[in-house]
Design a protein around this ligand. Sequence first.
Ligand code: SF4
Ligand code: FES
Length: 381
Amino acid sequence: MNALTPNRPAAPAPVGLLAELTHRCPLRCPYCSNPLELDRRSGELDTATWQRVLKEASALGVLHVHLSGGEPTARNDIVDITKTCADLGLYSNLITSGVGGALSKLQALYDVGLDHVQLSVQGVDAQNAEKIGGLKNAQPQKFEFAAKVVELGLPLTLNSVIHRGNIHEVAGFIDLAVKMGAKRLEVAHTQYYGWAYVNRAALMPNKAQVDESIRIVEAARERLKGQLVIDLVVPDYYAKYPKACAGGWGRKLMNVTPQGKVLPCHAAETIPGLEFWNVTDHSLSEIWHDSPAFTAYRGTDWMKEPCRSCDRREKDWGGCRCQALALAGDAAATDPACSLSPLHAKVRALAVEEAAENPPDYVYRTIGSNVRSPLKEEVHS
Ligand code: SF4
Ligand code: FES
């Protein structure tokens, strides 16, 4: 039941649920969008609670469930959870690193009705890939995993997060996707949240590199029409307009953390003062329609200028709230990735400056690391 409060914008049903089943992961990617404070195994939701959440998601109108993490196959109950998706008619997408226990569980996941696999690849050259992912011998495991996915007849998407450490390999990623038999490739320039924000100077490419990567993708799209679909996510800091982050706040997606907090996007916890409800206390429907976090930036009423009077406000919904907070110091500000933001020129200059410097070492993603953002500059100060 949609319990709308007067003046509160109506919420269409969410399309997708990102189920962050665990933050445990054998890889340690420095661009990970998970929070710096990662949830520990002892606090993870149990199987029955996840199954109840999936049931509530289905009743709410969710169509796609992204089984993610961390590494979702690190959970012993991943097959049961996937089966619940299938029983409920939810389209299940396993977002995996393909290492650790992923291969040993794949047949069982297929048998219970897994619909799709999205496999991350950190690089093309094995040495480079394993340096980025922080795990030796990961590359052969990924290749073996991908071969098994294709052998089973499951649709395979490769996800490559692009940054200055692998941007020279964009053409290689495309060749790799074709060789592996993937149906889709995501060439996703790093979005700077979570660990990626901490590592921004180590990851930021320069504008010429970005332009060249776009040119390579566009040429490949033409060449591989009908064979491989390539999705391109351009880097915010060099963009003209921001993306509609998470499809717009509280419009399409719900993100459930390993401990059951429900977020409108993966970085929402960085915004101070927001109250996140937990699936152990509230139904998903209550959370979607009425929780303070989901209603905070839904619609357009909260917008300030220039978004408030901009004709793109219902296209990109003002960009990313978390990025606005990080860069402008105000989650309700126009995302500084937008060229209409008064801070845009500073943000662009920051990217240019960082890309020109020698990259610092990666700060690898680790549970219990006490890492805090080391960035000193704030463009709003
Ligand atoms: Fe989008 Fe706001 Fe920029 Fe307009 S001003 S393009 S609504 S971010
Ligand atoms: Fe939170 Fe973009 S990551 S709104």
